[in-house]
Ligand binder design. Structure first.
Ligand code: NAD
Length: 364
């Protein structure tokens, strides 16, 4: 298979982990006889420094003409500490999602058995948890009207959803539920918010097309509590942009670390794959970032955008094998991990590539 992939490293550890994600894709191409042609594009702080624009047109043109995108993260302390700066890295992110029509963000939350102890939640609560989040990505309070009034002393952001926005992601989530345990939980705040009442009624209508899927509706506060109390009770979770942003970070604790969670952003055209974590200023440049979220994002890319299930599974198995052999990055290590098994970003990526190679050789 011949495919064009754009790599968007972004800022901070985004660059470090994406190098590993790309290496794994190269390894897959070599082992399975595919041709992946890579190109790179600017986004975020680096793009602002180079062009004044967090998402230059040249980057967008490259993204619109490729088969899939592997993204790192954006963000720089300069902007976090000065909210008055008018041009910001995150604007690149929001523009990219909007321009590429990436309205559904999929976040699989599944704990590798080897990491049961790495989570701050009790292993007996976690074992067997397997959740697939569908977070709406191009609507809600992030894209509604915002501003200041009252001499700048009052600020507002508008939470806004239209029927078609809820319908299109709901259909995707129900279809995914049909291939899993056939349960869908829609999360909203319909007891208070009008946009949530629309959300709930549209999900109820869409549900009629999927009678084999059991649906329940949960308020976001209750969902936040239940996720930690009984994560096994969830299968597919469907929610809006803001609630999804918060709940998926919370759910990352089920997987042991932010460094373990991959995501796919899809719409009607090209798909974008990225770890759920940010640019992590606190560990940037230290070579200790966990690259597994980026590597697992590459696995999602192979499956969802290219339909390469076997290749995708071979990446996931290689991650599993590496963890089984006791290798850890610092964020997922515990007091029982021997020093020599704690790896940096680059070596961890190489370990996964080796495992892919070894399992391919074993099959031949
Ligand atoms: P973050 O996800 O960057 O980091 C949160 C914590 O998790 C930090 O302690 C970090 O060291 C740790 N962590 C994250 N990824 C890790 C990895 N791969 N390996 C090991 N540890 C990891 O979130 P933050 O600190 O709130 O934000 C930092 C910057 O990232 C900000 O500028 C923010 O705006 C940006 N951000 C970007 C995105 C994105 O590009 N999609 C998402 C979230 C935050």
């Amino acid at each position: 298979m011949k495919k064009k992939i754009v790599i968007l490293p972004g800022d901070g550890i985004g660059k470090e982990v994406t190098t590993s994600g790309k290496k794994v894709l190269e390894q897959i191409a070599e082992c399975f006889g595919h041709e992946f042609i890579f190109d790179e594009a600017l986004i975020g702080h680096d793009a602002i420094e180079a062009t004044g624009n967090p998402l230059p047109d040249e980057s967008l043109v490259k993204m619109k003409s490729c088969d899939a995108i592997l993204f790192g993260a954006v963000g720089h302390p300069k902007y976090d500490n000065d909210p008055t700066l008018p041009v910001r890295p995150e604007q690149g992110l929001l523009k990219m999602r909007k321009e590429l029509g990436l309205y559904a963000n999929l976040r699989p939350i599944k704990l590798f058995d080897e990491l049961l102890e790495a989570s701050s939640i009790k292993p007996e609560v976690l074992r067997g948890a397997d959740i697939l989040f569908f977070r709406e990505l191009t609507g809600d309070v992030y894209f509604g009207e915002r501003g200041r009034t009252n001499n700048n002393d009052t600020a507002f952001d508008t939470m806004i959803y239209s029927r078609y926005e809820v319908e299109r992601i709901a259909h995707k989530a129900f279809k995914a539920a049909q291939t899993r345990r056939k349960k869908l939980t829609s999360v909203d705040k319909a007891n208070v918010l009008e946009s949530s009442r629309l959300w709930r009624s549209v999900v109820q209508e869409v549900a009629k097309h999927y009678p084999d899927v059991v649906v329940d509706h949960m308020f976001v506060d209750a969902a936040a509590m239940k996720l930690i109390q009984n994560p096994r009770s969830f299968d597919v979770v469907l929610t809006g942009n803001l609630f999804g942003d918060i709940l998926t970070d919370e759910a990352s604790q089920i997987a042991g670390s932010m460094g373990m969670l991959a995501s796919a952003s899809i719409g009607d055209a090209v798909g974008l794959y990225e770890p759920i974590h940010g640019s992590a200023h606190d560990i940037t440049g230290k070579g200790i970032a966990n690259p597994l979220a980026s590597i697992l994002s590459a696995a999602l890319l192979l499956d969802i955008s290219f339909g390469l299930k076997e290749e995708s599974e071979s990446v996931i198995r290689a991650v599993e094998k590496t963890l089984k052999e006791g290798y850890r990055t610092r964020d997922i290590a515990d007091e029982h991990t021997p020093q020599e098994k704690i790896l940096g970003t680059e070596v961890m990526g190489n370990m996964v590539c080796n495992q892919i190679r070894i399992s391919q050789l074993a099959e031949k």
